[in-house]
Ligand binder design. Structure first.
Ligand SMILES: NC(=O)c1ccc[n+]([C@@H]2O[C@H](COP(=O)([O-])OP(=O)(O)OC[C@H]3O[C@@H](n4cnc5c(N)ncnc54)[C@H](OP(=O)(O)O)[C@@H]3O)[C@@H](O)[C@H]2O)c1
Length: 321
């Protein structure tokens, strides 16, 4: 395992995302939540993963609860990151949400407490009062945000008066927006980008196509998995496969290696099995050549999925042509 050392912490380049734990929308069933989820974490820790990401929202607390027994046995090996849903982000409320998360996780402190997303109705700095109180209490060690743009990240840090060490954002070969301003900022200012959906929710594994659509509710609602987008993704998926062959790796491993090839970036793939987790961990040790990174970059730029935004004007223009 390779690690990123920044902002006073040391995080495994590949962590584990646990939205899947206890969440009906992924459709993995009871055995997954009752057994596989725990095995995934235990095996991950054994292989040197320390970053485990959850949220109070995942399975409405179930994901955090599933982690508790493993953390009881392996607390020192894990860097536990969870998130508050900023619905009513007043200080007493934030403090009580943080303590409730720690209780569900069975820990006396949360290593990284993140604001899940900006609340569009309140000033960015508002929630930081409660977050800072939790640090002062020792219930939380580090603060982070998620889905913040650069201006929002800076404002949250100004309001907190202490470092907001990480920003958890979507970053994968399809969605590269975080590389514009966020990743350079993290590199320059000793901060960390935690890349979520690093496999574009499994699209980049190459396991799905217009003829093999995912069956779960989660991805049936994701426009990336529309047949037309899966069709359009074929050249990118073919490039991933070609590069993967050069390394004796899988497409998913190459997609992860691309994400963590960027400085100060760690990835938190979810996994539906222990075997997937093992493959994902092994991707931490893949160093892609500059030529392969460039080839992946060009294929990524050429893939323009139709995500619904601006669909109508584009379709209307196409019809007029
Ligand atoms: N902060 C936020 O707003 C936010 C948003 C989304 C996610 N997250 C976090 O980020 C984590 C990861 O994101 P994500 O779950 O959305 O997407 P992801 O990690 O890109 O995709 C996970 C899915 O990809 C498939 N997969 C994983 N490893 C694989 C492998 N080696 N080979 C083939 N397929 C593989 C599995 O699905 P199948 O086997 O079923 O195909 C798995 O459930 C979440 O668990 C959560 O902790 C945070």
């Amino acid at each position: 395992m390779r690690y990123v050392e920044a902002a006073g912490v040391r995080l495994s380049r590949i962590g584990i995302g646990t939205w899947q734990f206890g969440s009906v929308e992924w459709g993995y069933g009871a055995d997954y939540s009752e057994q596989t989820a725990t095995q995934i974490i235990e095996r991950g820790l054994e292989l040197g993963v320390n970053l485990i990401d959850t949220a109070e929202l995942y399975g409405f607390g179930k994901s955090e609860r599933i982690l508790a027994p493993v953390l009881k046995e392996h607390r020192d090996e894990a860097f536990i990151a969870t998130k508050v849903t900023p619905i009513v982000p007043f200080s007493p409320w934030v403090r009580s949400r943080g303590r409730a998360s720690a209780k569900r996780l069975g820990v006396d402190h949360i290593d990284l407490y993140q604001v899940h997303a900006p609340n569009p109705t309140l000033p960015i700095g508002h929630i930081m009062g409660g977050m800072v109180d939790l640090v002062a209490d020792g219930a939380v060690t580090h603060l982070g945000v998620s889905n913040y743009n650069l201006a929002q990240w800076k404002l949250s840090e100004q309001a907190a008066g202490i470092p907001v060490i990480s920003n958890q954002v979507r970053l994968n070969l399809v969605d590269r927006g975080a590389l514009k301003a966020l990743a350079p900022y993290a590199r320059a200012y000793d901060r960390i980008i935690i890349a979520y959906s690093p496999l574009a929710q499994g699209l980049l594994s190459g396991g799905y196509s217009a003829a093999r659509l995912p069956k779960d509710r989660m991805r049936r609602a994701n426009p990336l998995f529309l047949p037309e987008n899966l069709e359009a993704a074929r050249p990118l998926l073919a490039t991933l496969e070609r590069v993967a062959q050069r390394y004796g790796a899988t497409s998913a491993q190459i997609a992860l290696a691309w994400v963590i090839s960027h400085d100060n970036v760690v990835a938190i793939p979810g996994a539906s099995s222990v075997a997937q987790l093992e493959h994902n961990v092994a991707a931490a040790d893949l160093a892609l050549s500059p030529e392969d990174l460039a080839e992946l970059g060009s294929a990524a730029v050429a893939f323009q999925p139709n995500t619904g935004v601006g669909t109508f004007p584009r379709r209307a223009l196409a019809a007029l042509r």
